[in-house]
Design a protein around this ligand. Sequence first.
Ligand SMILES: Cc1cc2nc3c(=O)[nH]c(=O)nc-3n(C[C@H](O)[C@H](O)[C@H](O)COP(=O)(O)OP(=O)(O)OC[C@H]3O[C@@H](n4cnc5c(N)ncnc54)[C@H](O)[C@@H]3O)c2cc1C
Ligand code: FES
Ligand code: FES
Length: 488
Amino acid sequence: MKSRNTTTFFLNGEKTAVTGADNSLMLADYLRERRGLVGTKIVCAEGDCGACTVLVTKKSRDGKKSSAFQSINSCIARVPQLDGLSVVTVEGLSQEQHSQCSVQKAVYEAHGSQCGFCTPGFIMALSELVDRRKQSGHSNLSEKEIKNALTGNLCRCTGYDAIIRGASSINPSQAEDLEKRYCSKQIERELQGVRKTPLVIETEHFSLAAPTRASEVTTWLKKGYRPLSGGTDFGVQVNKFKTDDTKVLSLHLVEKADVITVSSNRVSIGVRVTFAELRRAIEKRFPEFASYLDIFASPQIKNTASVVGNIANGSPIGDSIPALMACDAIVVIQSGAKKRKLELSKLYLGYRKLALKRGEWISGIEFQIPDKKTTVQFLKSSQRKDLDISAVNGALWIERGAGGKISKARLAVGGVGATVLRIAAVEEKLQGAKLSADLRASVVEALQKSITPLSDVRGTSAFRRVIVGNWLNETLKKIEFEARGVRS
Ligand SMILES: Cc1cc2nc3c(=O)[nH]c(=O)nc-3n(C[C@H](O)[C@H](O)[C@H](O)COP(=O)(O)OP(=O)(O)OC[C@H]3O[C@@H](n4cnc5c(N)ncnc54)[C@H](O)[C@@H]3O)c2cc1C
Ligand code: FES
Ligand code: FES
C-alpha cells in the first residue's frame, strides 16, 4: 500500500508538514525550537504540571466528531501523534496578533498570573472547557467544572483563587469560536485525506510506522517496532531516558481504533479509545465507573491515554485493570488478521509480563455493564485526590440472586502484588452466601492471606493491607445493609 513520509497536521490553521528527524521530537520541543512558538512552556516534561497544554481536534477516521477541542500535554506527545489533527497553541487563541482572547482577558483582569510561567497552560485548559460549553450553548461556568478542568495544571505563585475567579467571569457563548477557525469543513476534508494513507518515517536514529489496516500491525511488530497507543506512558519514559526504543509503531491511523459500542449489557472499545471518550460513553449507563475515572490522572492525560494502553502497560497499580477485571473484561488479541480473546485476569504472567506471543498486540477490550441486581464498587487510594498514582486500588462486583444470596462475586485488587489480582478465595466464599458480619470477617481474612503488598514511597505493606481490608469490609456492609433497607 502507498505510504507517505511526512507528518501532516494543521497548526493554528496553517497546514504543516514535518519531515525527517524532527518527527522524533516531542510536540512542545518542536513548537518552541523549530517554530518559535514559545508560549507553550515545558516544566516537568512528564505530564504532571500542564504548562505545555495545547488543544487538538479529535475526530475519528470517518470524520465523525467525537468531541470539540481537547487539551493535551504537548511535552509527552511525539510529533507524529498529531498527524491528521488540528492543533491550536496559546498563540492561536486571539483573533489578532498581540491582542488577548476572552479567556486571557478574564484571567488577566482577575490578577490570575504572577510569574506567568504556568499561565499559557491554564489558558489552554480553560479554553477547552469554554469551547465545549460554547458549542453546547452554555453561558456560564460553575466553580466545580472550572476546578475539574484545571486538575492537570499547577501554579506555584499566583494561587488558584484568582485564576478560578477569572474563569468564573467568562461567558462561553461570547467567546471566540475556535471550531469555526481551526476545525472548518475544509480543514477536516484535508485531514481526512491525510488519515487515509499510512505513515512511514525512517531516519538514522528514529523510525515510525503508522499503518491504516489492523492486519498490517503484526508486520511492523515482527520488525521490532514498539506499539504506541496514546503514548502517555511511553512519552514519559522517552523524556526520562528510561527507554532506548527508537522504532515506534503508532496505532493512530488504524481503522476502527476509536470505536466504542455500548449495548444493553456490554461495552466494546477499540485500541485508541481514550479514558475521556470511555467516560462520556458510559456516563449514563455505568455512572459508578464514570465517577471512578474522574480521579484518574488529569483531563489532558485522559484526552490522550487509551484504556488499552493502561492494560498493556501492565502496572500492578494501573487504575483501569481492577475495574475492568471486576467487570469480566475480555481482551481482544490480534496477530495479522487473526483474533483471539482472553480474560483480562489471564493476561498478566508476572510483573509487567503479558501473555502475548511474538507479533501479537491488543486491538480492543470488552466488558460487562451491571444490571439492577448488581452492585459495583471501586477503590482508589492515593496520597492526593487528583492527578496521583494509586497506592492501592480495587473493584468489587456483586450480583444478588434469590433469597438475598450472592449469585456472582468478582473482586480484583491492585498494589498488593506483582500484578493486579483477582482474589479467588474471596469470590468463592461470597458465591451463594448471604452477607453477615461473620462472612465479612472471614472474607477479609481470606483477602489478607491472598495478598503480598510491598512497602514503598506510596505506602507501607501494613497500610495497604489496612486500606483494602477496611474497604472490602465497609463495601460489603453497605451492600448488606442496603439489601435490608437499613442505612449504614
Ligand atoms: C501525568 C500522568 C498521570 C497518570 N495518571 C494515571 C492514573 O491516575 N492511573 C493510571 O492507571 N495511570 C496513570 N498514568 C499512566 C498512563 O497514563 C496510563 O497507563 C495510560 O492509560 C497509558 O495509555 P497510553 O495509550 O498512553 O499508553 P502508551 O504509552 O501508548 O503505551 C503504554 C505501554 O503499552 C504498550 N502498548 C500500547 N498499546 C499497545 C497495544 N495495542 N498492544 C500491546 N501493547 C501496547 C506500549 O508499548 C507501552 O509499553 C498517568 C500517566 C501520566 C503521565
Ligand atoms: S511540562 Fe509539565 S505537563 Fe508538560
Ligand atoms: S503564575 Fe507563576 S507559577 Fe503560576
